[in-house]
Design a protein around this ligand. Structure first.
Ligand SMILES: [Zn+2]
Length: 351
């Protein structure tokens, strides 16, 4: 039986087990040594702006080592440097990288369906061209903002075809590279990246290439297997806050980052998607999950503050869902958690 068809209690147990397995893998001596080696060889932090859509899971699709890529997730038009809260998160990421002597590569992403236009990004009315243009505007705004920064800050626009989980890397001159081509290898990817982005600093390019290769490999593997994931929405979890990097399975959760003072629009959008998934029979009608989470890092953010913020996020989200989809509220399993950044562990809070 497919995961999405299991009773809600079993799906929730599966998700919590995913968090446990992720944490164990993160702390496994062999794997953590490999991850440290990777970071030594490829130290540039990668920041990604992405939609809340559960079909978009770029760490999974780029076969990224755990915790390497940082995500700012919200619905499309909300992601703009003109919003103070979004800009401040970009700023703190760039400052943290600079403190380590690093520049920053920022993937500004949109998503689409290569087979069916109506399965594209609802935030843009499934208008892929509009989504792409918005991303170019955000990228240009980031570029202008940090043009005089001490370390290079390089925004780069990428599309993501949710049908085949392959990226489309856009260049500055209208050219693009589709990573669904299985013939691409380290050499040809390097040539392409240089052609599309001749001004991308060499060290950022070297740190980006393994992730591009990861997506080429992922898309090829997906093509070679019986695809068990529906092309249309099947999410049954609404996740608010951050610390959801342990969810590496696409089409499970709508993930709403804390990057907008107005949670109303993204949470009500997510609630409508999950409610519709039930109505259309794509997931069982027995329930859905609302999971809130906040990061904490001893010495940086007090654990108690993270707990408070996580519970508050769940309250806010639940109120919005009650307003938008009252029927869904009655079937909602609500959990609040905090996520230890150092251990990569999810800790559930008592109700
Ligand atoms: Zn979207």
């Amino acid at each position: 039986m497919n995961l999405k068809d299991l009773p809600i209690q079993q799906r929730v147990e599966w998700l919590l087990n995913e968090a446990q397995v992720y944490c164990e893998r993160f702390s496994h001596p062999d794997l953590s040594a490999a991850r440290r080696r990777y970071v030594q060889e490829h130290p540039s932090p990668i920041l990604v702006t992405a939609c809340i859509d559960g079909r978009v899971n770029l760490a999974h699709a780029m076969q990224s080592p755990p915790g390497l890529m940082k995500f700012l997730r919200n619905i499309g038009p909300q992601l703009t440097m003109k919003r103070m809260d979004f800009a401040s998160h970009v700023d703190s990421h760039i400052s943290a990288a600079a403190a380590l002597g690093q520049g920053s590569l920022i993937m500004v992403t949109y998503h689409f369906s290569g087979s069916h236009t109506h399965l594209g990004c609802a935030a843009y009315g499934c208008d892929t061209e509009l989504a792409r243009q918005d991303c170019f505007q955000v990228a240009e705004h980031i570029r202008q903002t940090y043009v005089s920064h001490a370390f290079p800050v390089y925004p780069l626009v990428c599309g993501f075809d949710t049908d085949i989980e392959a990226l489309l890397i856009h260049g500055a001159d209208g050219q693009s590279l589709n990573l669904s081509d299985p013939e691409l290898n380290a050499d040809s990817l390097g040539v392409w990246l240089n052609r599309l982005h001749p001004h991308l600093p060499e060290n950022l390019a070297q740190d980006f290439l393994p992730l591009l290769q990861g997506n080429v490999n992922h898309a090829a593997e997906l093509r070679a297997t019986e695809r068990g994931i529906a092309l249309e929405h099947c999410e049954w979890a609404i996740c608010v806050g951050n610390g959801f990097e342990f969810i590496r399975t696409p089409n499970v959760a709508m993930v709403i980052g804390p990057y907008s003072p107005d949670m109303g629009k993204p949470v009500s959008t997510a609630a409508r998607v999950v409610a519709r998934n039930m109505q259309k029979g794509r997931i069982p009608e027995d329930g859905a999950l609302l999971l809130s989470c906040c990061l904490y890092n001893d010495g940086l953010v007090e654990k108690a503050t993270a707990e408070f913020r996580s519970r508050l996020s769940a309250d806010l989200a639940e109120n919005i869902i009650a307003h938008t989809e009252p029927e869904l509220t009655r079937r909602l399993t609500r959990l609040s958690a905090i996520f230890n950044v150092e251990k990569r562990s999810l800790e559930l809070l008592h109700p």
